[in-house]
Design a protein around this ligand. Structure first.
Ligand code: ADP
Ligand code: ADP
Length: 222
């Protein structure tokens, strides 16, 4: 089953009236349960491709389908619903809210959505256990190591039980030992929870945790 279908996608950014073509015609299919690593030099368009898959950026041309539904045909409500329910995002710099506790950060997507946090108590406990932070649930991000902060961000990405996890250099800001721990966690989430994972990475070692490498060079797949 295809969860992401990318067809002839181009992306241009406009900067001071100048158009720069960053993605120059990319087609790619990703199946349910895959763990894909996107690699390539800095500036080649990896993050842009990931953001396009998540609907954080719009394609200039071409289509991206999530579970067979083209993102550009979704209305705003459907698109934000897709972004919250079908996809979880993990970023290089964690993007946690400093004044909220670990469990408040994890539950935040539910609160933003107007949901009842109480209903998610079991899911929260399960995720705290999965990422090994049950004893840190009342801590603030500043009291945690980088690896622990990224594990909070991973739990937050999973709170809505999305089918797809998109991760932009998830270990790019961590030392290699901590990076291994995080990659092992992603592997478990892929194998045990059945999540489809797409990560952007610079590291061969980190890419090797996945089952497919996609190489991007100057806006094209190679
Ligand atoms: P990578 O992730 O491979 O480093 P990016 O996708 O971040 O590459 O960026 C590809 C190119 O697009 C770079 O030249 C970058 O400066 C440019 N770019 C990325 N985002 C924007 C943006 N929002 N506006 C203008 N240019 C951008
Ligand atoms: P990465 O380290 O993932 O390649 P970058 O440092 O290239 O990311 O970009 C970080 C953020 O800045 C992204 O949201 C990207 O879209 C944006 N960005 C990158 N280059 C530009 C640019 N030239 N103009 C505006 N925004 C940019």
């Amino acid at each position: 089953k295809q969860v992401i279908t990318i067809k002839n996608v181009r992306k241009e950014y406009q900067n001071g009236g100048v158009n720069t073509e960053v993605i120059k015609g990319v087609s790619l299919d990703i199946n349910k349960g895959e763990f894909v690593s996107i690699m390539g030099p800095s500036g080649s368009g990896k993050s842009t491709l990931l953001y396009l898959m998540g609907g954080l950026e719009n394609c200039t041309e071409g289509t991206i389908e999530i579970n067979g539904k083209p993102i550009e045909k979704m209305n705003d409500t459907d698109e934000s619903k897709m972004r919250r329910k079908d996809i979880g995002f993990v970023f290089q710099f964690f993007n946690l809210i400093p004044h909220l506790t670990v469990e408040e950060n994890i539950i935040l997507p539910i609160i933003i959505d107007g949901g009842k946090p109480k209903k998610y108590k079991d899911q929260l406990d399960k995720l705290l256990n999965l990422v090994g932070l049950t004893d840190k649930r009342h801590s603030k991000p500043s009291q945690l190591s980088g690896g622990q902060q990224q594990r909070v961000a991973i739990a937050r990405a999973l709170i809505n039980d999305p089918e797809i996890i998109l991760a932009d250099e998830p270990i790019g800001n961590l030392d290699s030992k901590t990076g291994e721990t995080i990659m092992n966690l992603f592997r478990r989430i892929n194998l045990e929870e059945g999540k489809t994972i797409i990560q952007v990475t610079h590291s061969e070692e980190s890419a090797a945790y996945g089952n497919r490498i996609v190489n991007v060079l100057d806006g094209l797949l190679v």
